[in-house]
Design a protein around this ligand. Sequence first.
Ligand code: AAT
Length: 277
Amino acid sequence: MELWFTEKDTVPGLALSVKVNKVLHREKTDFQDLAIVDTPIFGRMLFLDNIIMTNIKDEFVYHEMISHVALNTHPNPQKVLVIGGGDGGAIREIIKHPKVEKAVLVEIDRRVVETSKEYLPEIACGLDDPKVEVLYEDGIKYVNEHKNEFDVIIVDSTDPIGPAVGLFESNFYKSCYDSLKEDGIFVAQTESPYYNEELIPQIQKNLRALYPITKLYLAFIPTYPGGCWSFTMGCKKYDPETVDLSNWPGYPTRYYNPEIHKAAFVLPNFVRELIKE
Ligand code: AAT
């Protein structure tokens, strides 16, 4: 008997299926339906509410690109906040950067962290690093209570459904702005430009109202709908496109490098059109 897992209707009318060798863990947490499965193509995969979150094979693309573009745009990213991202992939990347002294992870669902540590150690391996503090609470509440504190804020959130809806709203963006120091950088995963023609321009508009520099960049992630994935950055001072990367410290990465950093901001016309002012 063949077993398949399907992410269905995150884009209405679209399904993404993956063959499963074995379901390793499944539970209903206080927030979502969590599953860890082993697959022939992607290795172990984490699903939340039947939506693909991450997997052993392609996670490096997303986690490197959500972290290193902002970290290498800021000249001194000492204190970094991650909202969501309980699998630990962004944290693993952040602590590679030699200037990072402290990384705070604020994840709403403790079980995502615990099961990732158990089943996805390749991804979760940075979570016990002494530079890392893991807190279990709503990221919205956390940024409301922390002002003028972070150099970089990374929003590694689920799609705008359930507990993550508020992470795509303008009040939250304003709280993040206030949580950043005067030269801080904000970056969020902002879905697929093929399928989110309303959400992406709305996010741009909300961030443009706050930051002098707002930019969208792309990376290629086979397990997210459309494969072409966007990230949106808001910068108070530093421009990620013109930053001098010749002194990049050059820690090990599999996707990110200074050329990719610059190239990720080169957008196809249909994406330019989506975010034009
Ligand atoms: N690193 C890639 C994995 C994720 S998971 C996103 C995490 O955000 C989940 O663990 C979820 O519990 C957490 N989360 C959701 N809402 C909140 C909130 N309000 N505060 C804190 N954490 C939250 C991203 C996958 C992207 C999928 C794209 N299709």
